[in-house]
Design a protein. Structure first.
Length: 100
């Protein structure tokens, strides 16, 4: 992790928690998942710059949930096939209601 410069994210990504008290190092998995779930391109760049591609890849592959459109984005960014993502495998094993 890049200790020199903390990432700058939009507050809207972390709307449900105290934005000022986020511990970016202790809660790295939460932050990475939330940024990929709700962030824009610049937020994702900040995330990758701070945590590094290796950490981001490990967290995304083990994430319990990502929306389908964000799952495809994550797959393209980290250059890994969908079937390597835990949330994709889980979704295939437990199909829910049709998305209408």
């Amino acid at each position: 992790m890049n200790m020199e410069m903390k990432p700058v994210f939009e507050k809207r990504i972390f709307w449900d928690i105290d934005f000022e008290s986020i511990d970016y190092d202790a809660k790295a998995s939460f932050v990475i998942e939330r940024v990929f779930e709700r962030g824009d391109v610049e937020d994702i760049r900040q995330c990758r710059r701070y945590y590094g591609d290796e950490k981001v890849t490990a967290v995304l592959l083990n994430a319990k949930f990502l929306p389908e459109h964000r799952l495809h984005l994550a797959s393209a960014i980290i250059n890994r096939p969908l079937n390597e993502f835990r949330c994709y495998i889980f979704r295939q094993l437990h199909p829910g209601l049709l998305p209408y």
